[in-house]
Design a protein around this ligand. Structure first.
Ligand SMILES: [Zn+2]
Length: 643
């Protein structure tokens, strides 16, 4: 090695306590700073860094607290309190510490802060009209903590069951894997491989004859996995469903590294050390989105999909896309956990001759047979759609002259690339124009009758997609809106505008809702009314409806409890039929003493919290609760102290 270079490296690591944080380097190496384990609860993890969450990557380690609350939480390094926040969702009660190298540590889902911070937070909340929610940047207060100091107690505030979410961030708030520091867990168990996905990456591509996403379960034999032989045609992309485990606990984790080799050549690898919050929604395209959405299974793509700019990957020139010549190819997929425990899966790809594609002009097939499924169920891809034969029978499709389509065993693949729009008419949707939307520019689409429209700003989608809008209105305040197909992840909020019925005068308690297919419930979306339009704002495609919520929430079952930190609280169950609880307006008094109405949406309950609350033999509990449409419930309970 060149001596000058060696000297430079020595000097550099000598002055930087944390090379990870040097500039905004994309190279992440183990930190030099010393961290202490942040809780007494356990040395075990319930989640690792980079796992799949609803709409992002998990940015931390989740430390097991055995389903209980109240374990001590410690400062991992010396630092100052940068920020505290309390809220009903996300991180719940959370502390952010700032360290001398500019980096941060984050402790989330707490039950409570330490006495000093809790008193400070409570005084702010009481002064602010008994507000539950706060977010305070307290760097200016210069509240110092030493490494190992008690800063709070573990809990279950925000999302999820009891655990400690422990997150480390660079000075520019990029989360990085805490295992890159001196912190470690015991893990000598290799990852387990569950399944393989194969995606067709052109309308000519097939897997076992079908132009559809193919999945196959792994077979384990003598410690290694096999997917057998799969017959394909045309360009494809592989994906792997795998998980890791560590010693002594049953939790399953994300794997740390994935590698794809084809005929002995490296084609793709991925390693999750860090990402930025601006990129975290790209989880949707790092994973096979349709399988995530429909099966709730995280297949990690072994190629880089269009629109993916995450820093995890090293690939060949094809970005991991396999466009292999006719013949037999040997594929090896290797996955590792953070400690280098490795599992391998083998697979043989038999690539067959690409058939001649057929040209067609306009085809029409109609009959009156009802019971057809929505175009949502077709196989939608960025550049084409494959329509099952059973559906195709009932569908009219209008295409420009000379557009190609290809017959597969599972349906007919219709090219969308290069088209401005495509016309479809099914019994389910009626006439529908699907427009091509390029994420590089703002796009405008309208319903077939031109009365309703949606505007997709630049970058609403990751890739070029085809979207149509179908609106039905029967009476003045019934309205359903479908943005079809619900097959593409949405990156940014967009708005749709529906023509307002001229006879609709009273819009009180009316709002648009999105139907969440997974949770099977309606969720309120931001809605506004102009003289001519009803406007909805959303971050998803799918089914929307205008609904009136005139029913107040219901209160039930007040009960006294003592928290693990000794504080007395009262739980009151609350249920709302539609719009959801407006906790910011809700109030709770016990014996005429107003406390803070903390709201736990996952448990459908309020918590009466007052730092000085001491139960009396008989208590008068008065609750004033609102839903988001302003419907109000006021109720007084007599509560006996049976504790
Ligand atoms: Zn977490």
């Amino acid at each position: 090695m060149n001596i000058r270079l060696l000297l430079f490296i020595t000097l550099f690591t000598g002055i930087s306590t944390h090379p990870l944080l040097a500039q905004e380097s994309d190279t992440f190496g183990p930190s030099q700073a010393h961290y202490v384990w942040p809780t007494e609860a356990s040395r075990y993890l319930s989640s690792t860094f980079g796992e799949t969450r609803a709409a992002h990557f998990h940015a931390a380690l989740d430390i097991k607290t055995w389903g209980r609350k109240g374990y001590e939480v410690y400062a991992t390094r010396d630092g100052t309190v940068d920020r505290v926040a309390i809220g009903p969702r996300g991180y719940g009660k959370v502390i952010y510490l700032k360290h001398d190298d500019g980096s941060y540590s984050v402790y989330a889902h707490l039950l409570a802060f330490n006495d000093e911070l809790q008193q400070l937070a409570d005084s702010v909340r009481f002064a602010d009209n008994y507000q539950f929610e706060i977010e305070k940047f307290w760097g200016w207060r210069n509240i110092e903590v030493d490494q190992g100091d008690l800063i709070g107690y573990s809990g279950a505030s925000g999302i999820g069951p009891p655990h400690l979410h422990f997150e480390l961030r660079t000075p520019s708030h990029k989360p990085f894997n805490p295992l890159l520091t001196n912190l470690s867990v015991k893990d000598d168990i290799p990852p387990q491989i569950r399944g393989l996905s194969v995606e067709p990456l052109s309308l000519r591509s097939t897997i076992e004859g079908e132009n559809a996403i193919f999945t196959k379960k792994a077979k384990l034999k003598n410690g290694s996995y096999s997917f057998g032989t799969i017959t394909t045609k045309g360009p494809i992309g592989l994906g792997l469903n795998a998980f890791d485990q560590s010693n002594n606990v049953h939790n399953t984790y994300a794997v740390y590294e994935l590698k794809l080799n084809v005929n002995g050549e490296h084609t793709f690898s991925s390693r999750v050390d860090s990402f930025s919050y601006g990129e975290t929604h790209q989880m949707f395209i790092d994973r096979v989105y349709p399988l995530l959405k429909n099966m709730d299974k995280g297949f990690q793509r072994l190629y880089i999909a269009d629109g993916n700019s995450l820093p995890f990957y090293k690939t060949d020139k094809q970005n991991g896309v396999l466009n292999l010549p006719v013949g037999t190819h040997h594929v090896t997929i290797t996955t590792k956990d953070y400690y280098g425990n490795t599992s391998t899966a083998k697979l043989t790809l038999k690539v067959s001759e690409d058939q001649q594609q057929k040209k067609h002009q306009i085809f029409t097939n109609r009959n009156s047979n009802p019971g057809i499924v929505s175009p949502d169920q077709w196989n939608w891809f960025s550049d084409w759609v494959t329509i099952p034969y059973s559906q195709y029978e009932h569908t009219t499709i209008g295409l420009a002259d000379g557009e190609e389509f290809t017959e597969h065993t599972n349906g007919i693949a219709v090219n969308l690339k290069g088209q401005k729009s495509i016309y479809v008419n099914t019994p389910e949707t009626g006439p529908l124009q699907l427009y091509r939307i390029n994420p590089k520019s703002t796009s405008f689409i309208s319903s077939a009758d031109q009365n309703h429209f949606a505007i997709f700003p630049r970058q609403t989608f990751y890739d070029t997609v085809s979207v149509g809008m179908s609106v039905n209105s029967f009476t003045q305040n019934t309205l359903t809106v479908d943005l079809i197909p619900n097959a593409y992840p949405v990156k940014e909020e967009y708005a749709f505008y529906t023509a307002r019925d001229s006879t609709l005068s009273n819009t009180a308690k009316l709002s648009l809702y999105h139907y969440d297919q997974e949770d099977k419930e309606w969720e309120l979306i931001p809605t506004s009314f102009t003289n001519s339009h009803i406007i909805g704002k959303t971050e998803t495609l799918g089914h929307f409806s205008l609904k009136k919520d005139q029913k107040a929430p219901e209160l039930r079952n007040p009960r006294l409890r003592q928290r693990p930190d000794g504080k007395w609280i009262i739980y009151i169950n609350i249920l709302d039929n539609l719009s959801g609880i407006d906790y910011s307006k809700s109030k709770i008094f016990v014996n005429d003493d107003q406390g803070i109405a903390e709201f736990e949406p996952e448990n459908n309950r309020f918590v009466y919290y007052h730092p000085n609350f001491v139960p009396t033999p008989s208590m008068k509990v008065k609750v004033i609760a609102y839903d988001k449409m302003g419907n109000k419930t006021e109720q007084i309970f007599e509560l006996e102290n049976k504790e």
